[in-house]
Design a binder for this molecule. Structure first.
Ligand code: PMV
Length: 312
């Protein structure tokens, strides 16, 4: 039996701007995970695969899923890459504790876990880069023009500095970082938010390009602050990134409320994370303030709190 776990993720800097070629920073969140388990089924036909994914109400043979269904696609891409089409039947179980529609990389983590597990099971493990590349193809089915940051950070399971179309740079922080992630309770629809930004960009390219440039400068400074362990500068850069995300039109009253609450409760900085218009905010907190900030965010209406840590 093969069992594979892949973490969720959160974007620290550069969401939306990353779609327009600017850099972004993301970290894995290890206490939420997608899990894929593979075991043989004796009685079934050669080459058949049974899929059991209770979270999304799927319990079916792979060939009975419609073509283009993301789980089917991830498996099919793997079989094609390995050029293996004859094998003893097996069953795949998929489960995940990564919240969906909240910018935490749930779809990318499930795809990477599936691709990794199937390739290991068939005796030919694909490289991390290949896992990420095939998961990127599946991400396109979820939302048309993904930047590729989600599949990269969850496949590498390390903090990354990422520019579209380039290999991610993996980096190690100079100081331990503790983040409180708070959910607005409103689903974040990535495709819709990305499309909204595109419409506004089309109507005034110069204005939006200038915002993307400013976000890009913050992201580069953030990388330096993370490397040197300067959490106070990092927090201030997060606050500045939030102002620019608001100018892009992807914030919301609920996001602003939680962002302000975290700052008043003693966070070094806070901002929305991911596509916005709902989903999560992320606050960088001094470790001694984690409980205080979490409690205040709950009082302010956060529907779920997840604490993520990146060690030095
Ligand atoms: O909300 P998420 O995790 O799907 O992230 C969206 C991040 C965007 O930059 C808005 C889109 C992308 O593909 O990078």
């Amino acid at each position: 039996m093969i069992s594979v776990n892949v973490p969720g993720k959160i974007i620290l800097f550069g969401e939306h701007a990353v779609v327009y070629g600017r850099p972004a920073i993301a970290i894995p969140v290890h206490n939420i995970q997608a899990k894929v388990t593979i075991s043989p089924i004796k009685s079934a036909d050669e080459g058949s695969i049974y899929l059991d994914a209770p979270n999304v109400n799927i319990s079916a043979w792979l060939h009975d899923l419609t073509e283009g269904q993301p789980l089917r696609e991830a498996i099919q891409l793997t079989l094609n890459a390995l050029n293996i089409h004859e094998f003893p039947a097996f069953q795949i179980k998929i489960s995940s504790t990564i919240p969906v529609a909240s910018g935490m990389g749930s779809s990318a983590a499930v795809s990477v876990a599936l691709i990794r597990a199937v390739s290991i099971h068939l005796g030919n493990p694909l490289s991390i880069e290949q896992q990420s590349a095939y998961a990127f193809e599946v991400e396109k089915l979820h939302h048309g023009t993904p930047s590729g940051i989600d599949n990269n950070v969850v496949a590498h399971e390390k903090p990354i500095f990422y520019t579209r179309g380039e290999q991610p740079q993996i980096f190690i922080p100079g100081e331990r970082m503790v983040f409180v992630i708070a959910d607005t309770g409103i689903a974040s629809q990535t495709a819709q938010a990305v499309e909204g930004v595109r419409e506004r960009w089309v109507s005034d390219e110069d204005y939006y390009e200038a915002i993307f440039d400013q976000i890009s400068e913050l992201t580069v400074l953030a990388k330096r602050a993370i490397n040197t362990g300067d959490n106070s500068t990092l927090g201030s850069l997060m606050n500045q990134n939030q102002v620019l995300l608001k100018a892009l039109g992807v914030s919301s009253p609920e996001i602003e409320k939680l962002v302000q609450c975290a700052q008043s409760a003693g966070a070094d900085g806070s901002k929305l994370s991911g596509a916005g218009q709902g989903g999560n905010i992320i606050a960088l907190v001094p470790p001694s303030n984690e409980t205080e900030v979490s409690n205040e965010l709950k009082k302010a209406g956060a529907t779920r709190i997840i604490v993520a840590e990146v060690s030095a």
